[in-house]
Design a binder for this molecule. Structure first.
Ligand SMILES: *Cc1c(COP(=O)(O)O)cnc(C)c1O
Length: 405
């Protein structure tokens, strides 16, 4: 009863209430979260159907349906589902023949998962610097860092942007590099009218709990390269030839052959049931909310001194469904602002700690990526998820303006 009462006042906008109350439970309840899974009875019903009616929890028809729906969402690009975005990246690289002794170019400014996926193949990630205004790979880094050992490049769609994809593909073609797009932030986004995942070399998505859609955990690989897709379909099931097709028919492979390394990375029917339900809500619900809140932030913060929004001249070619909303806080005030956020029960994030600064990935002291390191000091991600409200965002904006005065 009490908590209901507080909630009521909260949404009626007496925000400072939150600061006054010291009850830990209530504070948590009133906290504005950085990100959030948006789930309802629909997902519960879909999972219940798999459990009670189908009775088969592993990889079966439900996964096949999800893949078909994803494929038509991505303009009929073949799709294979796996149990995480990290697994998607790992299998995509393996299918491109990336392995021991190879080098893979990758922006340091990404989630650790991108790096660990490269390491999983046995290859070495080669850290590249980013463009400070967008957080995207600086294309001139390719010319600088490519060697005879370079086999592929992982391109990260940081904060759902893709920058100058055309120039990227021209350059990688020139060097004979394959490209894996880490589009974990970009499910549902478009570049020049085309869906991300429908035209690239190999594109990987993540459906973990807080991404644009979730399947619990989960991920997918999309590519028009059928050889890559066949390899990925086998390698997610321990490398067993054509086991995917058998499972879609509710059968198992007893007599089989294996010609390559494989993993237990397949998606389960339970995950697919959640994912299918979420996919139906993306365009007409989640995406609209994300875009609306993104716009509120962008419009209000565009001309605030002491901070900078991310972006570049290629933004106009894109229609993005924003996954996170990072901004640059200038004049060394980022940590101070983050603290003020915390005092006001607002979660903020730092996407990301550059990977070349981690012990495992620092390749000696010579690795210095000035733009990435500078951006890391400035970056702060503001709350962004479909269950925010305009009022909460106005409160956050007000707090930022007041704090940066
Ligand atoms: C989430 C994410 C991944 C990994 O996805 P998981 O499903 O969590 O394994 C990879 N790269 C980036 C940029 C991500 O944000």
């Amino acid at each position: 009863m009490l908590s209901f009462f507080w909630f009521f006042f909260y949404d009626e906008k007496i925000y400072n209430f939150r600061v006054l109350n010291c009850d830990v439970y209530l504070r948590r309840l009133l906290m504005i979260r950085l990100s959030k899974s948006i789930l309802s009875q629909d997902e519960v019903d879909a999972v219940a159907k798999v459990i009670l009616e189908d009775g088969y929890l592993g990889m079966g028809k439900e996964v096949q349906f999800f893949e078909n729906e994803l494929s038509s969402y991505l303009e009929n690009t073949p799709v294979a589902c796996v149990n995480s975005g990290t697994a998607a990246l790992h299998l995509a690289l393996q299918a491109l023949g990336v392995g021991f002794g190879d080098e893979v170019l990758v922006p340091s400014f990404t989630f650790l998962a991108t790096y660990q996926a490269i390491s999983s193949t046995g290859a070495t990630p080669v850290s590249c610097d980013v463009n400070p205004s967008s957080g995207l790979l600086e294309l001139s880094e390719i010319d600088k860092l490519v060697t005879k050992k370079t086999k592929a490049l992982v391109y990260v769609h940081y904060a759902s942007r893709c920058g100058h994809l055309k120039a990227l593909y021209e350059k990688t073609k020139q060097y004979g590099l394959r490209v894996v797009e880490d589009a974990a932030h970009s499910f549902g986004c478009r570049y020049e009218g085309k869906k991300i995942g429908s035209f690239g070399d190999v594109t990987c998505f993540s459906f973990d709990g807080i991404k644009n859609i979730t399947s619990g955990e989960g991920g997918a690989i999309a590519s028009n390269d059928l050889e890559v897709m066949n390899k990925v379909r086998d390698s997610r099931l321990l490398g067993i030839h054509k086991d995917s097709e058998k499972r879609y028919l509710g059968q198992r492979s007893w007599d089989f052959d294996v010609t390559e390394k494989g993993w237990r990375y397949h998606m389960s029917n339970i995950m697919a049931a959640i994912g299918r339900t979420q996919l139906k809500k993306l365009d007409n619900n989640f995406a609209l909310k994300r875009k609306e809140f993104y716009k509120l932030y962008s419009n209000a913060l565009a001309n605030v001194s002491g901070l900078k929004l991310l972006g570049d001249e290629f933004d106009s070619k894109q229609d993005i469904v924003p996954h996170i909303f990072p901004i640059r806080i200038l004049n060394k005030k980022r940590d101070q602002l983050k603290k003020i956020f915390e005092e006001n029960e607002i979660q903020a994030g730092i996407h990301y700690k550059p990977n070349h600064l981690l012990t495992f990935y620092s390749r000696g002291e010579e690795t210095s990526l000035p733009a990435t390191e500078a951006l890391y000091e400035e970056i702060l991600s503001l709350p962004l998820h479909p269950e925010l409200t305009a009022k909460k965002i106005e409160f956050i904006i007000g707090l930022i303006k007041k704090s940066l005065l």
